[in-house]
Design a protein around this ligand. Sequence first.
Ligand SMILES: Cc1ncc(COP(=O)(O)O)c(C=O)c1O
Length: 483
Amino acid sequence: MSKLIFEKSVKGARSFTLPGSDLPDRVPEEIPADFLREEDPLLPEVGEVEAVRHYTELSRKSYGVDSGFYPLGSCTMKYNPKINEWAARLPGFAGLHPYQPEETVQGALELMYELQRMLCEITGMDAFTLQPAAGAHGEMTGAMIIKAYHNSRGDTKRTKMIVPDSAHGTNPATANMLGYKVIEVKSDERGLVDVEDLRSLMSDEIAGLMLTNPNTLGLFEENIREIAEIVHAAGGLLYYDGANANAIIGIARPGDMGFDVCHLNLHKTFATPHGGGGPGSGPIGVKGFLVDFLPVPVIEKSGERYRLSYDRPRSIGKIHAFYGNFGVMVKAYAYIKALGNTGLKEVACNAVLNANYLRTMLAGSYDIPYNRLCKHEFVASARKQKKETGVTALDVAKGLIDRGFHPPTVYFPLIVEEALMIEPTETETRERLDAFVEALLEIDREARENPERLKEAPHKAVIRRPDETAAARNPVLKWEPGK
Ligand SMILES: Cc1ncc(COP(=O)(O)O)c(C=O)c1O
């Protein structure tokens, strides 16, 4: 394990030389004593070369889409073209202040307005808000709109929200946060919403159904039209979780499938790098009859001028400081403009092709519970390895780290035992996919020949088998002397 920068510290070492201060060596009286330090801060003291090496070493320890294959299912970890970063950093965008008068930010408002229009075209919705900061935040905004709609009609009996048993955890969590009772609809033997089960759950207490399509098994809900009819006939609304939109952009639209509200993850589908808690964006689109409930402010265009309007009495209110994460919107705008209709369609086609290639190549060695044409991702299972050798999905994931790959999502969706949820995305080459297949086949061989070695993997990573619950619940993010 390499040394911490504090451990490399040598008293008096410096990365810079500044001229001596010509200010009096005393604390100005205006600073209250309570705000003064009693001791000097403990800062590492190193020369420039050691400081540079420290940060370079840290960056090499991180793994991201720019360093290798990242097939984390449900996350769409694809390459994000650097030109979009350039666009977001343009001084005219990056230097804006949210309190600037409207007439000085016309370009930014135009970009947001146009982005909303493009997202409407991509999804088949009638209006969008760009405010939500992530998919989960979009879900919450969408579910608030659904609630506001029912309430506006005096339909206050609708206290239940349906989510499939394959749903991402944010769907039931969102519904629960808004006070809905979560009702689970079963998947059928083909991995799709069980239409008869759904029918049996419908009543005048159902506010709606939250659905991902393709679902978290990477399978397209073929009965989506019928599902929409069932929910609508009972007075409920359909919410589209757009986390998997990378599979369908340019090809199919939630608005045409019968969804009333939908979110998109700009940080998955539209070229913002994600992970590590960076800013995301989960815009919400709605059908015409829900437009009045969108959050304020709404961007309006009159003639050639753009303005922010708060004049929406039925709005659910404000859901983000100012207008959302603007830099992410610039990247999405640049990405969509660069690809155009044909390019977006190619994204979806290649994402689907890559997933099906991997699925086919792995099917002989790993169980694929729903082994048929998938969309952008598929779920394999290590249950055969577990039964025959004791090696689990977690061990397979750790074995991949030793072979230079980021593991796929494991143990999700919950309806697949020993799940390995693999999403290659469209930006990977055939050579990269083949290398990944080879790594998984080698792991399968190792499971049979030397399972103990896999049980102790990863052998090459800095951190090997942390207590993942403790690491997530009690992260140690800062070094403190003596601890
Ligand atoms: C299917 C699905 N829905 C919703 C979300 C939530 O999106 P976010 O992480 O942007 O909040 C995710 C995130 O991975 C997801 O995979």
